[in-house]
Design a protein around this ligand. Structure first.
Ligand code: NAG
Ligand code: NAG
Ligand code: NAG
Length: 381
């Protein structure tokens, strides 16, 4: 059963529940449907659509279907959280940040447009039910939050080390030899775990654009073994944390302890961001009700991995992770939700007493994956 199937067993209705105690929201989402990215073409020489360049979106561009999906995510958030957010956009109440890439910025704009159409006093054009809302970003080269995986070059080196030394991964590699051989034969290069993941993403873009998929993908794509292999890549991307879970932390050699700290800390940047937002709220430094982050599937998988709730799958376009801060009496609690397609599910974070996780417990659980200055640490890696 794929990840979506498993989660459907666990659907909750979150419409309007308990929002009276809500104090702060942090919503991270993946951009909407896009065309294939130029880089992935490199991995797939036999692509029947290799000569497509996509006008007007270009490589990696947001397509209309993706705009619609992003807008509908905004409507979903408005429906569920409108009572808390209110209907007036104000700089002091809401913050939108995106990675420095067209499709994520456009996605953020669409979510913002759905959440905050202008009310009377903000209506500046009678024909246009839209108002400008700022989307902030930092330059790619400094963006440890969204793109740490690529910024910290050492992560790639560490990954290679794990993949060539970890007994489980080596065994898995061997078991998948037939799969890799089959895919290699059809795509025109010798694929590895990581290239399979890129090719899967590439095919998924074409699939979502309605292209006819090559015959050879029939039994393994979009669901089936190809998805399993691609979805597992996020486990490898935060791998040593998973190993700790299976081996009680006893497995690691000294070098691998180092790996654990580094890889989990780079997904830990999201928990760090959340706790900073929480602290800013509690100590009155910031007045935000909600902060919205428009990023990538690696961010969704990374957050879920950090929270120890990742079920291997490829996060859908416009999927999201929602973190809520609630206050009961004088105590604060965190609730986390994951929305993949149309359903949002509450996340049961291991180590928390229930769905509402006491803030102190939450802090303690993740203290070891939070760096004081992640960008600096990454550069020193
Ligand atoms: C792509 O374009 C090149 C150069 O024009 C051509 O040789 C090749 O056959 C085309 N490939 C496909 C799949 O259309
Ligand atoms: C793939 O690997 C095989 C065996 O190592 C090699 O003979 C072949 O040339 C490789 N093919 C490509 C396209 O790199
Ligand atoms: C409030 O919390 C933020 C985030 O931890 C911190 O940087 C800031 O110094 C705190 N401000 C006060 C007044 O405590």
């Amino acid at each position: 059963m794929n990840a979506q199937g498993m989660q459907i067993l666990n659907i909750v209705l979150l419409i309007g529940v308990c929002n009276a105690d809500l104090k702060l929201l942090q919503v991270t989402f993946r951009h909407g449907d896009r065309t294939t990215v130029a880089e992935s073409q490199v991995y797939y020489p036999n692509d029947p659509y290799i000569n497509k360049t996509y006008w007007p979106e270009g490589y990696g561009g947001l397509i209309n279907q993706g705009k619609d999906r992003a807008y509908r995510l905004g409507l979903f958030l408005k429906k569920n959280y409108g009572a808390w957010l209110g209907s007036v956009y104000a700089d002091s109440l809401f913050y939108f940040r995106s990675s420095d890439i067209s499709r994520t910025k456009m996605t953020a704009e669409l979510v913002a447009a759905a959440l905050f159409p202008p009310i009377d006093i903000q209506r500046w054009n009678q024909k246009l039910n839209w108002q400008p809302i700022p989307i902030w970003n930092v330059p790619l080269i400094q963006d440890i939050l969204f793109l740490g995986q690529f910024l910290c070059e050492k992560v790639a080196i560490l990954r290679k080390e794990i993949e060539t030394s970890d007994p489980y991964l080596l065994k898995r590699q061997k078991e998948l030899a037939g799969f890799f051989e089959y895919v290699s034969e059809h795509v025109g290069i010798n694929v590895t775990q990581q290239t399979s993941y890129y090719i899967y993403m590439h095919l998924y873009s074409q699939y979502t654009m309605g292209y006819r998929m090559p015959e050879w993908t029939k039994d393994i794509f979009p669901f089936g073994q190809f998805e399993d292999v691609a979805g597992y890549d996020y486990v490898i991307q935060s791998y040593t944390k998973e190993m700790q879970k299976y081996n009680g932390g006893m497995y690691f050699l000294s070098k691998q302890i180092f790996v654990f700290i580094l890889t989990s800390q780079y997904t830990g940047v999201w928990i760090r961001e959340w706790l900073r937002n929480v602290d800013n709220y509690i100590n009155g430094t910031a007045t935000y009700r909600a902060l919205f982050y428009s990023g990538h599937e690696i961010n969704i998988a990374g957050i879920l991995n950090s929270l120890n709730v990742f079920i291997p799958h490829v996060p859908e376009f416009a999927s999201s992770v929602i973190l809520e801060l609630h206050k009961y009496g004088e105590e604060y609690f965190v609730r986390a939700l994951h929305k993949n397609l149309d359903t949002a599910v509450e996340l049961k974070i291991p180590g928390c007493n229930g769905i509402y996780c006491h803030l102190d417990t939450f802090r303690n659980l993740f203290a070891d994956i939070i760096l004081e200055n992640p960008l600096e640490s990454c550069r020193k890696m």
